[in-house]
Design a protein around this ligand. Structure first.
Ligand SMILES: C[S@@+](CC[C@H](N)C(=O)[O-])C[C@H]1O[C@@H](n2cnc3c(N)ncnc32)[C@H](O)[C@@H]1O
Ligand code: SF4
Length: 392
């Protein structure tokens, strides 16, 4: 696989949204940006020394809220990437931004620094819903940020959260219609997940926050598939929609089980080190991560060599999310294992899986709604591929 990505995690937010369990922290006293930049550069150098021969095809600044970084910091990180690796001239460089007016005003600076794609966390176009989600921006600011993104970048996308408390099919149709009128060629539509240990989880447990039941959520999901398909933005992954050719190159790399470096607090990476694929997970707490990098050169807490079965599990979990499906020959090449034909047939009989090429398997439309169960069934039925071919 030619794709090779760099993920940069900026673990700070202006405030913590009550539904969110991303590794994001609020620092009332301000952020020592110079210290975190120095640590990010040091961590990049560490991994570059071990995997210098690759060509970078995508960089993704995620968070947290990377749009709290100055354009100079973003530029310095991109310069460091280009100093260590060859960078594909068509590399996709994405930055996640919150749609407050302050952050929207920084978009030009990010473009000058080398960013060529922006992803805005819009979440809703309704002010009272934004308030209920704990967001700091208004719907008008979100629309203004989308306009600014469209003017500044050839490629932009935004996120919405649906299946929110009391959301009716009619209300979601209206909101999604509005989103599709404002969208570029990519859109991410996430169903609200009640994440453990969040304020939403406590309210939910106390019966004070009621989300649509699975049947109601399925109706909203079907509306989502129908409307986005008709608008020319079909799902290429469970929650991600794009015009053909406009998929996020960086996210495709994850789902196709490619190789990437993760830097920053709590970042994950998947790297072939001495021909063996490793899972790398960084310390999550930002200041402890920085200290670790300052002493060791990297912030990794775990560097785990992945067995063939673990690699097959991960590749299944990722690949089945995709509209293009999972190539069974690629799966066999990754871990030497493929799911037993009987289990595949059984899931096909239930209408949960379908073929989308001679050896390509994907979750059928209804299957995407119960993907975790499908992956568990297939992962428990892995057996040696007839012609196992290992790749590193
Ligand atoms: C790292 S966050 C995005 C960046 C940015 N901090 C923001 O919030 O605008 C990525 C996206 O995940 C989605 N998200 C986060 N928590 C979620 C949850 N509990 N349920 C559904 N979507 C969620 C939101 O749409 C969010 O924009
Ligand atoms: S949703 Fe975005 S802004 Fe809100 S806490 Fe999570 S990462 Fe931060």
């Amino acid at each position: 696989m030619t794709e090779f990505g760099i993920y940069v995690h900026w673990p700070f937010c202006a405030s913590k949204c009550p539904y969110c369990d991303f590794n994001s922290h609020v620092r009332a006293g301000g952020i020592d940006e110079a210290r975190f930049l120095a640590a990010l550069r040091r961590e990049l150098a560490h991994w570059a020394a071990r995997r210098a021969q690759r060509t970078v095809t995508s960089v993704f600044f995620g968070g947290g809220t990377p749009s709290l970084m100055s354009a100079a910091t973003v530029g310095a990180i991109l310069d460091a990437v280009a100093g260590h690796w060859r960078v594909d001239p068509n590399a996709e460089i994405t930055l996640e931004a919150n749609p407050s007016s302050v952050e929207a005003a920084r978009l030009r600076g990010y473009r000058a620094a080398g960013v060529n794609r922006v992803s805005l966390g819009v979440q809703s176009f309704d002010d009272s819903e934004l308030k209920a989600l704990g967001r700091l921006h208004t719907a008008a600011e979100a629309r203004a940020a989308i306009d600014a993104a469209r003017e500044t970048f050839e490629r932009f996308t935004f996120d919405l959260i649906y299946a929110r408390p009391r959301q009716s099919p009619a209300a979601w149709r209206r909101e999604l219609g509005q989103a599709l009128r404002l969208a570029g060629r990519h859109l991410s539509l996430y169903q609200l997940t009640i994440e453990p240990d969040t304020p939403f989880a406590k309210l939910h447990a106390a019966g004070r926050l009621v989300v649509p039941d699975p049947e109601a959520a399925l109706v909203l999901y079907e509306i989502t598939q129908d409307m986005t398909e008709r608008a020319g933005l079909p799902a290429y992954e469970i929650s991600n929609h794009a015009a053909p050719g406009e998929e996020s190159r960086h996210n495709l790399l994850y789902w196709r089980y490619g190789e990437y470096v993760g830097i920053g607090a709590g970042a994950h990476g998947r790297l072939a080190l001495d021909g063996q694929r490793h899972a790398i997970a960084n310390e999550r707490q930002p200041e402890r991560w920085a200290e670790r990098v300052e002493t060791l050169g990297h912030g990794a807490l775990e560097m785990t060599p992945l067995s063939p079965a673990e690699q097959a599990d991960e590749a299944l979990l990722m690949g089945l999310r995709l509209g293009e499906g999972l190539d069974l020959d690629h799966l066999a090449a990754v871990g030497g294992l493929v799911p037993a034909p009987g289990t595949i047939d059984e899931l096909m009989g239930l209408g949960l899986l379908e073929w989308c090429g001679p050896r390509r398997l994907r979750a059928a439309r209804h299957g995407r709604f119960v993907l975790n169960e499908i992956v568990l069934r297939l992962a428990s039925a892995l057996e040696p591929a007839l012609v196992p071919a290992r790749v590193s």
